[in-house]
Design a protein around this ligand. Structure first.
Ligand code: GLU
Length: 322
C-alpha cells in the first residue's frame, strides 16, 4: 500500500487582521510541518458570512508571509466551492443523515436546559435538542410549514467518537451530549464550517491538522462527518493550547489591540514577533529577537507548554521595544 505524504494546511478565516494568538498557532503548524517534512497547503476559510471582512484575505496572506511562512500550490478558497459542498449535503440528505431544520438561534437556546461553557475557549454554547429531527419530509415541506428559511443538521449518535491527538492525547466525545445534531448548511444557503472543512481537507489530501485546542470537539464532529460521507484515510490531529488574556478567555479584541497589522505599522520587525511567539512556545528562555531558520532549529514540540499562554502587558512592551 502506498503511504500518502503527510499534508497539512494553514487555514485562516479572513475576519480581520490575525492577532498574536492566531499567528502563534499558524507558526507552530509551520514549524512542525517543516521539521517533519510535511507538505503545507493554504486554504482561505471565507464562508463565515457577516464576520468575513473585505480585504482580510489578502491581509492574512501578507501577515503570514511577513512572518516568513510559506506553502505550496494555489490557495484553495472556500467561497469558490459552493457546488462541491452542495453535493456533499445532497448525499447526506439522501442517506437521511442530514435533515432540514427551521429553529431560530433563540429557540435552540430556549430548548437547551442551560448553555454549556466550552472548557477550552470559555465561550458558551448550547446543545441542540433535536427539535426538528424527523419533523419534516424534506426542505420544501419544512419551508412551507414554517415559512422560514431552512438550515440542515446532521444526526449524531449516542456513543463516543474517539481519537488520539498528537498533542492533547486520547480524546472521547459523545456528540449527542456535547453538541447535539449540528448544522452543516446554514439557512442563508452557505455550507457551515464543519462540512466545508471536512470536504476540503479530504479533497486536498490533507491528513495532518494542527490548530487551537478550542477545536478539539470539532475534530470529533469532523470524524463523524467523514464516516457519514465515506471519506476514508487516516487523519492525524494536533490541537495546541491557545493564547489567552489575563481573564482566562481566548485572546480577542477585548484584550486590546494585538493585531499583527498594528505591530507591523508600529515598525515591529518580524524577528521580534518571532521572538515573542518562540518564547511562548518554549523555544526561547526569554523574549529575544530570533530569525525563522534559527527558530526552526530550536523549536521542540516536547517543550511546548501544555497550558495556555497568558498574554501580558510585558509581551506588548517587548514587541514595541518599550
Ligand atoms: N479557520 C480557523 C481559524 O482561523 C481554523 C479552522 C481549522 O483549522 O479547521 O482558526
Amino acid at each position: 500500500m502506498l503511504l500518502k505524504k503527510p499534508t497539512t494546511r494553514l487555514a485562516p478565516s479572513p475576519t480581520g487582521s490575525l492577532h498574536l494568538g492566531n499567528a502563534r498557532t499558524f507558526l507552530l503548524n509551520w514549524l512542525l510541518a517543516k521539521q517533519r517534512g510535511w507538505k503545507i497547503l493554504f486554504r482561505m476559510e471565507d464562508l463565515d458570512g457577516p464576520r468575513v471582512k473585505p480585504g482580510a484575505d489578502k491581509q492574512a496572506i501578507d501577515e503570514l508571509a511577513w512572518l516568513g511562512l510559506d506553502w505550496e500550490g494555489d490557495i484553495l478558497v472556500q467561497s469558490d466551492r459552493s457546488e462541491i459542498y452542495e453535493s456533499a449535503l445532497k448525499s447526506l440528505a439522501a442517506e437521511h443523515a442530514a435533515y432540514p431544520c427551521t429553529c431560530t438561534r433563540k429557540e435552540v437556546e430556549a430548548a437547551a436546559s442551560a448553555p454549556t461553557a466550552d472548557e477550552f475557549s470559555g465561550e458558551n454554547y448550547v446543545v441542540y435538542q433535536g427539535t426538528c429531527r424527523g419533523r419534516f419530509k424534506n426542505a420544501s415541506h419544512a419551508e412551507h410549514r414554517t415559512d422560514r428559511p431552512v438550515a440542515w443538521r446532521v444526526r449524531v449518535r449516542d456513543n463516543p467518537v474517539e481519537f488520539e491527538d498528537g498533542f492533547a492525547g486520547p480524546q472521547s466525545f459523545n456528540l449527542l451530549e456535547t453538541c447535539g445534531d449540528f448544522v452543516v448548511f446554514r439557512s442563508q444557503g452557505l455550507a457551515a464550517y464543519q462540512l466545508a472543512v471536512t470536504v476540503d481537507d479530504y479533497d486536498a489530501g490533507v491528513n495532518v491538522v494542527v490548530r487551537g485546542d478550542d477545536l478539539l470537539l470539532s475534530a470529533a464532529i469532523q470524524i463523524h462527518l467523514r464516516r457519514l460521507l465515506g471519506l476514508v484515510g487516516k487523519m492525524e490531529y494536533w490541537h495546541l493550547p491557545l493564547v489567552i488574556g489575563p481573564d482566562g478567555r481566548k485572546l480577542a479584541k477585548r484584550h486590546g489591540d494585538t493585531k499583527i497589522t498594528t505591530y507591523i505599522e508600529a515598525g515591529v520587525a518580524p524577528q521580534r514577533m518571532l521572538g515573542l511567539l518562540g518564547f511562548w512556545s518554549g523555544a526561547l528562555e526569554k523574549r529575544d529577537e530570533i530569525d525563522l531558520p534559527t527558530l526552526l532549529q530550536k523549536f521542540d514540540i516536547e517543550k511546548l507548554p501544555k497550558d495556555p499562554v497568558v498574554f501580558t502587558p510585558d509581551d506588548d512592551a517587548f514587541l514595541l521595544g518599550k
